[in-house]
Design a protein around this ligand. Sequence first.
Ligand code: SAH
Ligand code: SF4
Ligand code: F3S
Length: 470
Amino acid sequence: MAHNVIDVPAAELERQKKIMNRMAEHTAALPETPLAMVDTYGCQQNEADSEKIRGMLHEMGYRFTDNEYEADLIVINTCAVREHAEMRALGNVGALVHAKRAKPGQLIALCGCMVTQEQMAKKVKTSYPHVDLVFGTHELYRFPELLEKTVKPHKGRIFEVRQIDGERFEGLPSYRIHDVKAWLSVMYGCNNFCSYCIVPYVRGRERSRNAQNVIDEARQIIDAGYKEITLLGQNVNSYGKDLDEGRDFAYLIEEINKIPGEFVIRFMTSHPKDATQRLFDTLANCEKAERHIHLPFQSGSSRVLQAMNRRYTREQYIALVEAARRTIPGVAITSDVIVGFPGETEEEFNETLSLVEQLRFDMLFTFIYSPRHGTPAAQMPDPFTRAEKQVWFDRLLDAQSRISAETQAAHVGKEYRVLIDGKNSSNGKLTARTSCNRLVHLNEPETLIGTFQNVRITNSTTWSLEGELI
Ligand code: SAH
Ligand code: SF4
Ligand code: F3S
């Protein structure tokens, strides 16, 4: 039994399923099959939630479109992690006024992390009157009920956003848009309260899924023909700590690795404070586990790390990366970093730069600090201007571009087994990933999508490799 986790009662999920059936009868009686467009911002967790929304819509008789002028229903799944993500979503929601004018009766729904913040739900209510339905991250399983209310003639718009610790549920359908890769959430929420971050406020407390449910879903995904499973959580390394089932994240990898078939297991994100030697050993021993760890460090200064509430020091982080590299030969380490945390000095920024030079990440996702409403960091004195932070940011980007180009070039001439996972729409080449999650472009026919192939690397750029089949 779970300790602190509250499950959505089975009867409540049954009720939602009945509503889906009722909605399916409703849509079947319409003169034309209704079309839905689901647009997703933010991280893979949001992508996974959007697959659930599509799954529910599919059962309710909707089909899908990418064209907002054609859609009877538009669902925008929003992100709140930085101001930029919110501005983009709001800008696009604002522009939907035109689509709605051109298609009377069109319904617009907003969900996800941004609108789970009280002040943002209010802002949508007052400033975006063409939005019909708003529901928070904790209302996902109630989508059938909320959509039914929205579709039926009713008085007024629907806003359902609870600020709660969050619940777990199983059994809602997913409609996956990729053919080759599938997301699999192993846990929801976050308990870490890094002082800059909004996620714990909008996603609730950490809730691990039952291990057997995760493994069963992995088996279904593989049986359905997917070749890549990405295990998702804000901090997968603390998987299972909230349950008393004695299962950790390494156990999940071991068990999924045992499932017969040709596929790869990826995962994200790992928090350094919970990464263990046992995890590294497991990755080294499980042949289907990728040789890649995304391990965000956020800052190279122990003083800033403490102010961020990250609960590790620069030295501990470096030791962890060294242990991973020792245990898993050839492992790729990628990371996230924030520039310009409130009160960060130039000397402290230089410590970030020196850590990047020392550890030579395979890839680095760099962000300028963005104050988030209600987080402790938003209250801290922040003496440096955006323009000053931008100068540091550019220095970091230059350093990483050089390092990435050098580390990528080191692969030219080498041979790897890759999974061909899609096609690049801009250059028409096939995209493939090595076990270290490096992107390889191939000039090959589309029929190879979804297959594993051996390739030789012929060329490299800063962010990708070129290869040919061998
Ligand atoms: N759970 C993951 C991170 C999820 S958010 C982890 O802890 O590793 C993804 C990244 O966004 C973070 O790693 C961080 O680098 C960045 N980020 C989060 N909040 C931010 C903020 N307020 N300003 C700028 N970047 C932020
Ligand atoms: Fe945010 Fe920290 Fe949780 Fe990651 S671990 S989601 S950065 S609070
Ligand atoms: Fe954004 Fe929510 Fe993910 S804030 S990064 S979509 S958990």
